[in-house]
Write a protein that binds this ligand. Structure first.
Ligand SMILES: [Zn+2]
Length: 245
C-alpha cells in the first residue's frame, strides 16, 4: 500500500518544498518544508493515503482543519492551508522548532514540577482560546436563530462568524451579518434592536432544558463547522456579561 513516507527532500506539494521529516504521528508524517511563494519555513502534515481514502476520515480531517484555522492564539499552531493534491491530504502549518510534548516526555521522562507547570499553563492558554471560541460560537447561533423576531428575515438570510481573538478588535468577536451582497437592511434593523435581540437570545438558551445544546438553542442547521465547538453554558455566561447582568 502506498504511504506518504516516500516523500523525500526536494519534492513539492501545496507550493512547498519538502526539507526533512520532522515527526510521525498516527495520521501521517509531518515534514519541515519551505513555502516557496513567501520563502518561509512551514510544517507540512501529509496524511497517509490509506487513511485519506476513508470518507469518514476525510470529513474529520476537513472539519479539524477548519476549526483549527478559526483559532487565532499564540498557543495554538496556526493553519495556513489545507487541501488535497495528487490524492494526498495536506495541512500547512506554522513551523515551530523544537519538539512535541510526547517526544519530550519519552526523552526526558517525568518533567520537574516547574517545567510541568509551565507546560500546563501553555496548554491551558491554548484551551482557553478554544473555550472562548466555543462560547462565542454558541452565542452566535442563538443570535442568528432569534434575529427573525427582530428583523424581517429568515435565519438563512443571515451569516455569522466567531473568533476567539479578531485581529481588528483584539478581543473575542461575534459577527452576525446580512447574507446578501450589499445588504438587505437586516443589519441596520438588528443594530437598532441589539440589546433586546441579545436579551432574547440569552433567555432562550438559558431556559432551554437540554444539557449541552440542541437545535432549539445553540445548534444551527446551517453551521459550516458541523455544530462543533459549541458550549451552551459558557454562551449563557458570555451573553450575561455582554448584557451586563
Ligand atoms: Zn437546547
Amino acid at each position: 500500500m502506498a504511504t506518504v513516507t516516500d516523500f523525500t527532500p526536494g519534492m513539492r506539494i501545496a507550493g512547498c518544498r519538502i526539507e526533512a521529516v520532522a515527526g510521525r504521528g498516527g495520521m501521517g508524517v509531518i515534514y519541515r518544508a519551505t513555502e516557496l511563494r513567501l520563502d518561509r519555513p512551514v510544517a507540512v502534515k501529509l496524511i497517509a493515503s490509506d487513511r485519506a481514502a476513508e470518507p469518514a476520515f476525510r470529513e474529520r480531517f476537513e472539519r479539524e482543519s477548519r476549526l483549527t484555522a478559526a483559532i487565532d492564539h499564540p498557543n495554538v499552531i496556526p493553519v495556513y492551508a489545507a487541501g488535497e493534491e495528487a490524492g494526498r491530504l495536506y495541512l500547512v502549518m506554522r513551523y515551530v522548532a523544537g519538539t512535541d510534548l510526547r517526544s519530550l516526555l519519552e526523552r526526558d521522562g517525568r518533567l520537574p514540577p516547574y517545567r510541568a507547570a509551565d507546560v500546563i499553563a501553555q496548554v491551558g492558554a491554548g484551551l482557553d482560546a478554544v473555550a472562548v471560541l466555543s462560547a462565542a460560537h454558541a452565542a452566535e447561533h442563538a443570535l442568528i436563530g432569534m434575529l427573525p423576531l427582530f428583523t424581517i428575515c429568515d435565519r438563512w438570510d443571515v451569516g455569522g462568524v466567531s473568533m476567539a481573538v479578531h485581529p481588528a478588535t483584539g478581543e473575542p468577536t461575534i459577527f452576525v451579518y446580512d447574507g446578501y451582497p450589499g445588504g438587505a437592511g437586516i443589519a441596520e434593523l438588528a443594530f437598532d434592536a441589539a440589546d433586546r435581540h441579545l436579551a432574547a437570545a440569552h433567555d432562550v438558551v438559558a431556559a432551554c432544558p437540554c444539557d449541552a445544546g440542541c437545535p432549539s438553542c445553540v445548534q444551527s442547521p446551517k453551521c459550516g463547522n458541523w455544530n462543533e465547538f459549541l458550549h451552551k453554558a459558557d454562551a449563557v455566561t458570555l451573553m450575561r456579561v455582554m448584557l451586563g447582568h
